[in-house]
Design a protein around this ligand. Structure first.
Ligand code: SF4
Length: 361
């Protein structure tokens, strides 16, 4: 049987384990600091190298996901294809933002939500990631940053916007976040973490069990009929139901809910849509992030013109809704929002299609 992963342990778990092995529990804090703050995985060579501690730690597996591919975009974005122990792969992206990087983490292998604009959605759900695999992605990306971009290697912020619907894997994502927030460990602040959801109501209703991280809702349309097309999950939990549930989450004083809005030409980018969106969000602590659609091979949707993006933004702002336009990062390596998918499979699918087309000629 495989050893238990060290990264699946909370500080409390490690203390209990030490107690059972006659090690003073305060040593657990030293170990957490060594691993998570100093990224020192070679603990045999550290101050706490005593036979009792090393024996107690010897039962754990310290291995991290393997980088099997690394792609660097012109704008400084780096996308990793990471292999888990069972051979399944997910993508993790490091995105430069001003003075520090943000890591975009995956929460599942594939995704069950089947959003029509998303590469990942076409893959279906293979399995949930475990807390240690979520933390593993972070540690691998941070280690890479320290080695390759030392000038900007301060511990990166986190967005759960990679593969998967994080609230569909609530327990493991919550556990990973709890470990990431541990003061003696990574010591991230809840506001350094953003959870993005397509509107998975059973998860939204459990958000009060979690630390007050930032929440982002992928809204993409103020109209249920259009949102049904973009996010099939909307047929189960429509806009009003999801907004009502989000409204019940207590927000901190200067905390907002981020509403992600993918702008797609001739589908959801009219002035009428902007007015409807402003009406929908009136009186809410909301920020809208407009994301001009990134076309990918065979994508059914198109990117709107710069003028129509500006017009949409202006209407929202005139109606008192703070709005930003997200500059897409990593376009040239398909690292932008909704574009993560194991590229081998894309290439495979394209090959099959091309062969089919050839045979039909
Ligand atoms: S956009 Fe997010 S929720 Fe929708 S299919 Fe893609 S990964 Fe899943």
């Amino acid at each position: 049987m495989d050893n238990v992963s060290f990264y699946s342990l909370t500080l409390g778990h490690l203390k209990d384990h030490f107690l059972q092995n006659n090690v003073k529990p305060f040593h657990a804090q030293t170990v957490f600091t060594e691993i998570y703050k100093k990224l020192n995985f070679n603990f045999q060579k550290s101050d706490f190298d005593t036979p009792l501690i090393t024996d107690a730690l010897g039962v754990f597996d310290f291995s991290l996901p393997k980088i099997v591919r690394e792609q660097n975009a012109k704008d400084g974005t780096t996308k990793f294809l990471l292999e888990m122990k069972d051979g399944l792969k997910v993508e993790t992206v490091l995105i430069p933002f001003h003075k520090r990087f943000t890591v975009c983490l995956s929460s599942q292998v594939g995704c069950a939500m089947n959003c029509s604009f998303c590469y990942t959605g076409t893959q279906g759900l293979k399995r949930n990631l475990l807390a240690q695999e979520i933390i593993g992605q972070y540690l691998v990306a941070w280690q890479w940053l320290i080695q390759n971009r030392p000038e900007k290697s301060v511990c990166p912020n986190i967005v759960f916007m990679g593969q998967g619907e994080p609230l569909h894997n609530f327990d493991e994502v919550k556990k990973a976040i709890d470990i990431m927030l541990t003061t003696e460990g990574l010591h991230l602040g809840p506001r350094q973490i953003t959870l993005s959801t397509a509107g998975y109501l059973p998860g939204i209703e459990r958000l009060n069990e979690m630390a007050r991280v930032n929440i982002a809702l992928s809204l993409h349309s103020p109209t249920n009929s259009v949102r049904n097309e973009l996010i099939p999950l909307n047929r189960s939990y429509n806009i009003e139901t999801v907004l009502n549930a989000l409204g019940k989450i207590p927000l901190l004083k200067r905390q907002f809910v981020n509403f992600e809005y993918l702008l797609i030409k001739d589908l959801n980018n009219s002035s009428e849509d902007a007015v409807k969106l402003a009406t929908l969000l009136q009186g809410k602590k909301a920020i809208v992030n407009l994301i001009p659609f990134n076309e990918f091979p065979d994508s059914p949707y198109k990117r709107p013109s710069v003028e129509s993006i500006d017009r949409f933004k202006l209407i929202l702002e005139e109606n008192g809704i703070p709005t930003t336009v997200r500059t897409t990062k990593g376009d040239d390596i398909l690292a932008a929002c909704g574009q993560l998918k194991v590229l081998d499979e894309i290439t495979q699918a394209k090959k099959l299609r091309d062969e089919k087309n050839k045979n039909n000629l």
